[in-house]
Design a protein around this ligand. Sequence first.
Ligand code: GAR
Length: 200
Amino acid sequence: MLDKTARIAVLVSGGGTNLQAILDAQQSGIIKSGRVSLVISNNKDAYALTRAKNAGVECAVIEKTADFERNIVDCLERHGIDLIVLAGFMCILSKDFTARYSERIINVHPSLIPAFCGRGFYGLHVHEAALARGVKLTGATVHFVNEIPDGGRIIAQKAVEIKEGDTPEILQKRVMEQAEWIILPQAVEKVSKELTEAKQ
Ligand code: GAR
């Protein structure tokens, strides 16, 4: 049940630097309309789980079986989740799942959508593609999640310059530092606030 603050679940698969940015923003008061109540990983070895444990947040590992989405829904319902944040979650969610949580799932993507997005564009591949195309500007996007991969309504974007000699790894780090870790927490606050206000 939505009270004064939204209950947030963050879904992760890997390192969890974006999860960390959200936890830090909660600590510093940038996020005040929501609270991370649950972290779900499809990967039991994800370092993101350690970050969640260090912050005292409850974790669940849900592996990709035939009942994957059903198990995620059960877990979200048990925890009374209002907002789902995909933060480096490397799984595509079905139409049924995204429709069930319409405008209540957000994702961070490491490019300026509609460039370098959709199926196959995830993690370092996105930066490899941007460098291969020779674009001079890239960035990050936070958007609502619907049944089209990276196709939902855009909430926030921030541009980042590409520099001579960039490798995919160097560019990934710059996009995270200058864009993702800033706009994701801001978007989490914005959507949490809207959700809590809508319920009052
Ligand atoms: C981030 O760059 C995120 O934008 C990207 O994976 C990285 C995860 O890093 N996500 C996607 O490509 C999803 N399409 P993190 O685990 O350190 O947050």
